[in-house]
Ligand binder design. Structure first.
Ligand code: R5P
Length: 284
């Protein structure tokens, strides 16, 4: 059976259809003091496997996931598989200053206690899979990002906002079938301030697709798009696996001159044009 966290209900349903497995009933309640109570009221005790699908986009979503894992274990299912379409705290993958926790490791350890197996989609760093016990399986969704792009991109350039995402940009270019790739240099000054240094590629009158794993505040992408607009670019599309899009990110990107924003349903937003359900199903 497929069990959905409240943040991943559409994706869980798509996965249930893809795998032809039942979608379990779930309830998400909250006590007057604010504590959560997520439950699976009618679990099938004969079920061999429960696949819990939950993007941990908030601290509440983390607690909810732990509760759902525990509920299906309590019901006696044989195997608990946890799918983290988006793993929250994944970007805190090291102690950046003395005294800081490695938050990705802390949450991975907590999740591992309730799961026999964990899958996560395009993690920020592949190494965070090793924080899980046993090591999590990483599902690559990058290739699907080409699907919603227009067929008529003019002499396209696929750019990543930093060197870390160039492989993703190359994957999207390969899936699209044609185009040049390059990356910007990025210096992050704070959570919302980034500095982008242009790449050398000539973008004059060419359509550009800027690809990153996550768009959170939109600071990285809007800076990158601003640099392109100064250089007489054609149309600019932005695409990402995880459209977190917090606060005013969509407005920032629109004001920067972005033609369209595309993401996947690892985080269910209006821009989630592509489903990662087939890619996950193939690994289950
Ligand atoms: C960081 O290295 C990631 O790949 C993204 O570039 C980052 O998370 C985007 O964050 P924001 O949208 O807040 O600039």
């Amino acid at each position: 059976m497929i069990v959905s966290g409240s943040t991943s209900q559409g994706l869980a349903a798509a996965l249930a259809r893809e795998l032809e497995e039942p979608l379990a009933a779930v309830e998400y309640d909250r006590f007057p003091d604010g504590e959560l109570l997520a439950s699976v009221p009618d679990p099938d005790p004969e079920t061999d496997r429960a696949v819990v699908v939950a993007s941990t986009v908030s601290s509440d979503a983390h607690v909810e996931l732990l509760q759902l894992q525990d509920a299906v274990r309590e019901a006696g299912v044989g195997e608990v598989v946890t799918v983290l379409p988006y793993m929250g705290y994944g970007r805190q993958d090291k102690a950046f200053e003395a005294g800081q926790p490695i938050s990705a490791r802390a949450v991975a350890r907590a999740i591992s206690t309730g799961a026999d197996r964990v899958l996560t989609v395009t993690p920020h760093e592949e190494a965070i899979c090793e924080f899980f016990e046993p090591t999590a399986t990483s599902v690559d969704a990058g290739g699907r990002l080409a699907e919603p792009l227009p067929d008529d991109l003019a002499d396209p350039v696929f750019l990543s906002p930093d060197a870390g995402a160039i492989e993703l940009a190359e994957t999207v270019r390969d899936a699209y079938g044609t185009g040049e790739t390059d990356y910007f240099e990025k210096i992050r000054h704070s959570g919302t301030e980034v500095e982008i240094t242009p790449s050398d590629v000539d973008v004059t009158s060419r359509d550009v697709v800027v690809t990153d794993d996550i768009i959170a505040t939109g600071s990285t992408m809007s800076e990158a798009v601003g640099v392109l607009q100064d250089r007489n670019v054609g149309r600019v599309f932005v695409t990402c696996v995880h459209p977190l899009l917090v606060s005013n990110a969509v407005t920032k990107l629109s004001r920067a001159g972005v033609e369209s924003i595309y993401g996947t349903d690892t985080i269910e937003r209006a821009v989630s044009a592509v489903s990662v359900a087939p890619a996950i199903a193939a690994r289950l």
